[in-house]
Design a protein around this ligand. Structure first.
Ligand code: SF4
Ligand code: SF4
Length: 177
């Protein structure tokens, strides 16, 4: 039968030479390779102190945006949850009360909004579906955790802080049309 590649080599069960039997040349040649790597440029990245640059269309941890006046943009319409192929998004809608106009932009808002980061496949369909420009994916990585429940991100992790806005203006959305 024809081999699929030219990389195949036949295994020969030949008698080992004296040099092979004492293993020392093999050990020294292995150590020589290690020594060469010792002086090469280190490719290891000390995350999270150091981060690799990501592509402008990189899709990482979501953010729920506020408007210019600091009000939550999300109106709990549910379109993102419907668009989500992984069924990772759940929310509970609530009606804005009198006096809450400075908190929520629309009369309806999400009192609970959760994304299960273990289900999410970071496809970006939620941000494409959102009519209010309320949800965006960012270049942030989802943190490692020890428990599965800790990957369910609620509003406290998703909504941007009023004093720590997350700039998504440079983000490019992948256009596959
Ligand atoms: S990125 Fe995709 S999988 Fe993740 S929450 Fe949004 S729509 Fe769902
Ligand atoms: S994030 Fe956007 S699509 Fe999702 S519920 Fe809020 S307003 Fe609707």
């Amino acid at each position: 039968m024809e081999p699929l590649t030219t990389r195949a080599s036949r295994v020969v069960n030949k008698e080992m030479t004296f040099g092979e039997k004492i293993y020392l040349p093999a050990i020294f040649s292995g150590m020589w390779i290690t020594l060469k790597h010792f002086f090469k440029k280190n490719n290891t990245v000390s995350y999270p102190e150091e981060k690799r640059p990501v592509a402008p269309i990189y899709r990482g941890q979501h953010v729920l945006k506020r408007d210019d006046e600091g009000r939550e943009r999300c109106t709990a319409c549910g379109l993102c949850a419907v668009a989500c192929p992984a069924e990772a998004i759940t929310m509970v809608a609530a009606e804005r009360e009198k006096g809450e106009e400075s908190l929520y932009r629309e009369e309806k808002y999400a009192s609970t909004y959760e994304i299960n980061m273990l289900r999410c496949i970071f496809c970006g369909l939620c941000e494409e579906a959102c009519p209010k420009e309320a949800i965006f994916l960012t270049d942030r990585l989802v943190d490692a955790e020890f428990g599965r429940n800790e990957f369910i991100y609620g509003k406290e992790k998703l909504v941007e802080k009023t004093d720590q806005r997350i700039d998504v203006s440079q983000r490019q959305i992948w256009d596959n049309h």
